[in-house]
Design a protein. Structure first.
Length: 200
């Protein structure tokens, strides 16, 4: 009886595996762009979650399947995880399917604390009539290792939080303000403060 129960369980699991949604296919390639990269990094390999290829760990540990397809139990969350996410990288997946190859976008935060985080926007259309489940996914260190192996720096690049962009504009704004102030003072005929005068 026990043997029969075991065989029945194994048979049921095999049937479930065989009848799992054929649409739940992994990506065939991905490209990564973001801070510190002068060009997009191409990641190839077997995208069905196989850790032996460059693409496998990114798919497996990055939450691609629960974000793209609704899974039960659902490991994603609708709310952004707490903590410092760090710089954001955009992953563009190419996903072959029954109606051709579709493109899905995922944001990856490999330097997030305390653990790497990914996010996929819900409602991305693929294969004609399917839409991504989306959500936030708290991943493991395997995501960062995979991306570093693909070409990301081991640590966040300088000014990767976008600080260089706003600070540059702040400096430009300061210079513009001083120049406008100088012009306004000249038009009004107001004498220069001694400290602002230049010698010829």
């Amino acid at each position: 009886m026990r043997k029969l129960l075991v065989l029945s369980t194994v048979g049921t699991l095999a049937a479930l595996a065989a009848t799992a949604p054929a649409s739940a296919k992994g990506p065939s390639a991905a490209s990564v762009s973001g801070p510190g990269l002068d060009h997009a990094l191409r990641i190839a390999g077997y995208g069905e979650g196989w850790p032996g290829s460059p693409l496998g760990p990114l798919v497996q540990f990055g939450g691609f399947f629960p974000q793209a397809y609704d899974q039960i139990p659902d490991p994603t969350t609708r709310a952004q995880p707490a903590g410092d996410l760090g710089p954001r990288y955009r992953v563009v997946y190419r996903v072959p399917g029954p109606n051709g190859t579709s493109t899905l976008l995922q944001d990856v935060y490999p330097y997030a604390k305390p653990a790497p985080v990914t996010h996929m926007q819900a409602g991305q259309r693929f294969w004609g009539d399917m839409h991504t489940h989306g959500g936030w996914f708290i991943s493991g260190a395997g995501v960062k290792r995979a991306l570093v192996k693909a070409g990301l720096p081991p640590s966040p690049p300088p000014d990767s939080d976008g600080g260089s962009f706003p600070s540059g504009w702040a400096a430009t704004g300061t210079v513009a303000f001083v120049l406008l102030l100088i012009l306004a003072l000249r038009r009004r005929g107001i004498a220069w403060p001694r400290m602002l005068r230049t010698t010829g």
